[in-house]
Design a protein around this ligand. Structure first.
Ligand SMILES: [Zn+2]
Length: 197
């Protein structure tokens, strides 16, 4: 079946979103066409506005509209704890677990079989934070899969020459799972039971 060019384009764009397959993309596109004009307009504006205003925090890499972000500005946070996370969505999950230290968000995907190598990731900002002397413990909260494992070991080796305790999240996290989708109780237990690497 031939669709009009505009509808085809909308479906194509929606399909580029994670977890959206062709059928869902088609359903969403048709929904947007049927929805009140104001709703579709609000969605389009929300996308453009978020893209324009939300940036990684210059200190921790978490997504923010004000720099530094609300976490970095929070003086009640334990500055001795620095948690390394892959993405902002992981920070959101770890926040829900009650963790009150600070973060370092990598914001770059690392895949063993992909075209990125470990050397493409620049950890200079992380190492300069560690060398400031405030950090006493580096908590590696990377996904419990093979890529997270490799990355954890790499960061641990980079940080090993500094006087910090290096830990990783403990048991309970499903192997091959995703920090972002882990429930807060499992995540809290994993943080509490973190182990030296
Ligand atoms: Zn920040």
């Amino acid at each position: 079946m031939r669709l009009t060019r505009s509808l085809e384009n909308l479906i194509e764009q929606l399909q580029k979103l994670p977890t959206i397959g062709p059928k869902t993309a088609q359903r969403l596109a048709l929904h947007l066409l049927k929805a009140p004009e104001s709703q579709a307009q609000a969605l389009a504006e929300a996308i453009v506005q978020a893209r324009d205003t939300v940036r990684p925090c210059s200190q921790c890499g978490y997504l923010t509209e004000t720099d530094p972000c609300v976490i970095c500005r929070d003086l009640s946070r334990d500055r001795a704890l620095l948690c390394v996370a892959e993405e902002a969505s992981d920070v959101m999950a770890i926040e829900r677990s009650g963790y009150r230290g600070r973060y370092y968000v990598i914001n770059k995907e690392f895949k063993l079989m992909g075209d990125r190598s470990l050397e493409d990731l620049d950890f200079t900002p992380l190492l300069s934070q560690i060398s400031s002397g405030e950090v006493r413990e580096l908590i590696l909260a990377l996904n419990p899969d093979i890529d997270g494992e490799v990355l954890s070991r790499y960061i641990a080796s980079l940080a090993s020459s500094y006087p910090v305790r290096i830990t990783r999240l403990a048991h309970g996290l499903p192997v091959g799972g995703d920090i972002e989708y882990t429930d807060e109780i499992t995540l809290r237990k994993a943080i509490e039971g973190r182990k030296e690497i």
